[in-house]
Ligand binder design. Structure first.
Ligand SMILES: [Zn+2]
Length: 232
């Protein structure tokens, strides 16, 4: 006598795990289109956390047949992980399987709440610094060019400053906060004379954005070392 899962329980377990193997080290997608245009290929299995029958892995005699074939006793896995879990109850304990299941379902819940992204979004900005003069003005400045290099998201610059071991100064010309669309650039500047510590100066500018990430500058090698720029 095996207490197998009814079809609707299997379907629910698959959907709760978004048709992905619940083993956190595997995450194999378990469904996709079949060769014919109206069918589904399924490589997933609803595995029993405690076995469907006496002698199976992690069998719990205290459960009723209904409990044994209920959603709470199932975990969605790919065929490979399903076989491993059925064969080895020493490695794959009830506790571990419940842990996998909870994590997979929690991740699925979070994905619904926050909007699905195949990869976590990496926020990135490039900060390039060069020396130049404004046209017709003898004051030499450091120009700080900030580019949002995040592909799919705006960033909001909240603070720009210079910071060395012994000295720090805000870049007041920056007009903040400033929102940048993907690949949009914002340029600001500070007179060279306001920087009192010129060691590694090109690496010492900092930009922080509203989410808290801090970006460090580098020297802008794509411009002449002492150019002129049109007035802002
Ligand atoms: Zn798997």
């Amino acid at each position: 006598m095996r207490d197998d899962f009814p079809e609707d329980v299997k379907r629910i377990l698959a959907a709760r795990a978004v048709n992905v193997c619940s083993n956190p080290k595997c995450k194999q997608p378990t469904s996709g289109p079949s060769e014919t245009d109206k069918a589904v290929t399924n490589v997933g299995v609803a595995s029993h956390i405690t076995a469907a029958s006496t002698g199976g892995s992690r069998y719990n005699p205290s459960l009723t047949p209904t409990e044994r074939s209920a959603i709470v006793n199932g975990i969605w896995l790919c065929q490979k992980c399903g076989k491993a879990v059925d064969d080895d109850s020493n490695t794959y304990t009830v506790e571990i399987l419940n842990n996998w299941k909870n994590k997979a379902e929690e991740a699925a819940r979070r994905a619904i709440e926050s909007g699905y992204r195949p990869q976590p979004l990496t926020i990135n900005a490039k900060v390039l610094v060069h020396k130049a003069y404004f046209n017709g003005n003898p004051t030499q400045n450091y120009f700080i060019k900030i580019t949002n290099t995040t592909r799919e998201s705006d960033i909001e610059i909240t603070h720009v400053w210079y910071e060395s071991d012994n000295f720090s100064v805000d870049i007041l010309a920056a007009k903040l906060p400033k929102r940048l669309k993907p690949f949009e650039t914002h340029e600001t500047w500070i007179p060279v004379a306001k920087i009192l510590d010129h060691v590694n100066v090109y690496q010492n500018f900092r930009v922080v954005i509203s989410s808290g990430e801090v970006f460090t500058s580098q020297q802008n090698m794509s411009v002449r070392p002492f150019g002129f720029v049109a007035g802002f």
